[in-house]
Design a protein around this ligand. Sequence first.
Ligand code: UDP
Ligand code: MG
Length: 314
Amino acid sequence: MISIVTPVYNEEGNVVYFHDEVTKVMKGVDMDYEIIYVNDGSKDRTDELIHQLADSDPHVRALTFARNFGHQIAITCGMDFAIGDAVITMDGDMQHPPELIPKLIEKWQEGYDIVQTIRTTTEDAGPVKKMTSAGYYAFINAISTTRVTPGGSDFRLMDRKALETFKKFREHSRFIRGIVGGLGFKQTSIEFEAPARHAGVSKFSMRKMLHFAMDGIITNSTLPLRMAFYIGVLAAVAGVLVILHVLYCVIAGQAVPGWATMTILISIFGSLNLMGLGIVGEYLGRIFEEAKNRPLYWLQDDTASHADNPYRET
Ligand code: UDP
Ligand code: MG
């Protein structure tokens, strides 16, 4: 049995179309399936629509978050509830083409535990998004121990075995690509071209995108902390040289000038200090979030659909 997990946030223009397309594809695959829609606190008719789908199609399960928790958490919730032998996560806006599902399943049947997909192009991504994305992946791979494939997406298949391991990762700041990359098992990937959205606009605001990018870096590596330390060491060495220079000037009786040096040094070291503090703060903030140990998500209707979930959070 295959579980398809789809997070939906204000996707009233897409869910029904998406559902029809996925259903068509799944009818062609000789396997039982379920489609789990996780409504991530939508403010439009998405919730009503997924519940209508659940009423008319026994393959559908509809889960509704009590508020918006974000794409990564919504996927996680769907995976917690999935009962299939393999789970496929995919976006609900048709940017992850349902026609690829049989290919993912084929790879799984060949014996792969994780089948990742890689975007070669995205139709509606501008040059700026493409460039920042490429730069970002280069940076994250330079600083982290596990590899994150450039163009990696959250459209992937995971076998039950890999899924059960993934479910043990309960951190709040999550960059699923990084976690999955580090899981090991037998992984493979297939490439695809992401078409433009079917309807609506991207739900990732600049702010969400930046936060997500920061999570990717911080949850994957402690190198920025060490960098702050190394930069501090370099600054200290430079400081010692400056002290020697100042002492020399005093002894040589030329101690009056130096206003320019002072100003420059204060501003450089002042900003280095703040930068270091900022990096520490980013980690500290996340430690605080994790230490509170709140549930990852909670549902609007904590009854029937929740009862069978081993990861039930109260
Ligand atoms: N999404 C979500 N919660 C959010 C933002 C997005 O569940 O806070 C869903 C959205 O409905 C879609 C998927 O995540 O199914 C990907 O979002 P989107 O298409 O907006 O991202 P993009 O493709 O622009 O990166
Ligand atoms: Mg999209």
